[in-house]
Design a protein. Sequence first.
Length: 277
Amino acid sequence: MEEYILLIDTEDAKGLVYNISKVLFANNLNIEQNAEYVDKETNKFFMRTVISGNVSRNILLKELKEVLPKNAEIKLNKKAKKDVVILATKESHVLGDLLIRYVAGELNANIKAVIANHETLRSLVEKFDIPFVCISAEGMDRAEHEDKMIAKIQDYEPELIVLAKYMRILTPKFVQTFPKQVLNIHHSFLPAFIGANPYKQAHDRGVKIIGATAHYVTDDLDEGPIIFQDVVRVDHSYSWEDMRNAGRNVEKIVLSNAFELLLHDRVFVHGNKTVIL
C-alpha cells in the first residue's frame, strides 16, 4: 500500500484537524503518523501527516482546499527517495560523510551527481560509483560559470541541492532558479561569525563554544532559515586551527541531520525561521 506525506501550511482556525481528518476518512485513507503546530504569534497552523491507501491526488487536494482557509498551502508528496545533487569544492569531510551514509543505506536519497569547481574530489566520489562533474571557474566570470552550473544541475532534475562546503557565493539568479531547494552548511553557530574564516573570527573573539549551522540558501549570505545546529566546547588553549579540526565533526553531524529532515519532508519555512515536524 502506497504512503504519502501530506503537508499543510495555513492560517489557524477552529476545527482544522477535524476537517482534514474527515476528508481523509471520506477518501478511505489511513493516518499512519501525524504532527501539528500552531504559531500563536502569527496565527499559523502547520501539519505533517503520513497517510496510506489508494490516493486520488486531484480529488483529495480539491476536497482539502474546500475545508481549509483561503490561500492554504497544501503539498502531497509520495513517500519515496528524493533525487539530489551535491555541490563541492575541495574539502572532503562533509562530502565523504554523506557518501558513506549514502552507500550504507542511511539516506532516503538518490544522489544523482557531485558537481564541483575543482578536480580535487573526483577520486573520492568515483570510489562510490557516483558521477562526478567538474565545472572549473578558471577563465570565466561569475555569471558565466554559474550559468554552466545551473544548466548541469538542471540536467539531473534534483529535488534538493546540498552544498557540501561549496565555497562560492551563489547569486540571486541561482537561488531563484532553485527556490527552497538548496541546503548549506556554515561552520559557525549562526548568527555569529557570518562569512569567511568563522573559526578565525571565533578564535579572535575568545569564544568558549563553536558550532555549525545548516540552513536554506537565500539571497542574504548565511542568513537563510536555520534547519539544524549543534555546538562543541572549546577553551583558551585552542588555536583557530584546533577549533577548525574540532568543528569539522560538528559540521558533519549538523549537515547530515538537516539533510535527513529535508529528505523526509519535515521542514516548513516560516518567514526566516523553520518549523520541524
